[in-house]
Design a protein around this ligand. Structure first.
Ligand SMILES: [Zn+2]
Length: 304
């Protein structure tokens, strides 16, 4: 009997003991949590955040120097942000060719990329207008390296306008020459007469690069430069009767006449060229004015 009672008592004890703990702690845990958290952490967290944000700015201004990286992003501006497929010259697209790719094997070296032909009527009209402007030029044989560099109808320009040389003479597309001639006549010469009157008359445009078979910003890889299609010209300076004027970075707060001249040149160029990279627009363009006549969808112009 006593044994049975003991077993029953023990059994009851276990049952009640097991049932008590869960019901006990639950009500006591809940209250402390919601009561403490909102009040304490909120005020104490804010100050640390503010302090953390202070030391952040110093590291930010540091990343100026790396020149290698700067060149890479600098490539993009030479095109538009939304680069339409490089529409260069009117004409048939580069022929698709070659054998179907064999899985697991490197594709064979692509066949030659032929330069698209210039539209004959447009080329004739361009030459006619150049002659009217008095540009001293001659046509040259097609350039085509079979890898995308070249143009079907190069012109070699010695004087962009009568008495104003292109120094050295430049080989590029007629359209590029025409826009440069117009810009020189309508904006460069008049602006220089106002801003640089003490220099005398414009005698030459010092060009740093016209047709060149290379990638953008002369990078080893990447997209081919508009220079490689004869679409671009880099202006390094202007030569006057009484000295030369280099292309310079003209800060907005520079109130000098030469700076005002440079800024007006940068802005006016966008009326003639679809890409304008002014001195200082990026790492690759510090000491010259890049101009090109790339055609983009909707006639978008990229001027910086
Ligand atoms: Zn250029």
């Amino acid at each position: 009997m006593t044994k049975r009672l003991a077993v029953i008592l023990i059994g009851l004890g276990l049952l009640t003991g097991a049932a008590l703990p869960p019901t006990g702690p639950v009500p006591t845990e809940k209250p402390p949590a919601p009561a403490d958290q909102p009040a304490v952490p909120a005020p104490t967290e804010k100050p640390p955040e503010a302090e953390e944000s202070v030391p952040v700015p110093p590291p930010v201004p540091a990343p100026d120097p790396p020149p290698a990286e700067d060149v890479v992003p600098a490539e993009k501006p030479e095109d538009a942000p939304a680069p339409a497929p490089d529409v260069r010259l009117p004409g048939p697209p580069p022929p698709a060719r070659g054998l179907p790719p064999v899985p697991g094997l490197q594709p064979a070296k692509p066949a030659a990329i032929r330069v698209a032909p210039e539209d004959p009527a447009q080329f004739a009209a361009c030459q006619s207008e150049l002659k009217t402007l008095g540009t001293v030029f001659e046509t040259a044989a097609p350039i085509d390296d079979g890898e995308g560099c070249g143009m079907s109808n190069p012109v070699v320009v010695r004087e962009i306008l009568p008495g104003i040389r292109l120094s050295p003479e430049a080989t590029f597309r007629c359209e590029t020459a025409l826009q440069l001639a117009r810009m020189t006549r309508e904006t460069v010469v008049p602006a220089a007469r106002i801003a640089l009157a003490d220099k005398g008359e414009l005698k030459a445009i010092q060009q740093a690069s016209a047709y060149v078979c290379r990638n953008r910003n002369s990078a080893a890889n990447g997209k081919i430069s508009e220079h490689a299609h004869g679409n671009a010209i880099d202006i390094a300076g202007l030569e006057f009767d009484k000295g030369s004027v280099p292309m310079v970075i003209a800060a907005q707060d520079d109130g000098s006449f030469p700076a005002a001249f440079q800024r007006s040149l940068n802005a006016a160029a966008c009326l003639y060229f679809t890409t304008v990279l002014s001195p200082g627009s990026d790492e690759a363009h510090k000491d010259h004015l890049h101009l090109d006549v790339i055609e983009r969808k909707s006639g978008y112009r990229f001027c910086r």
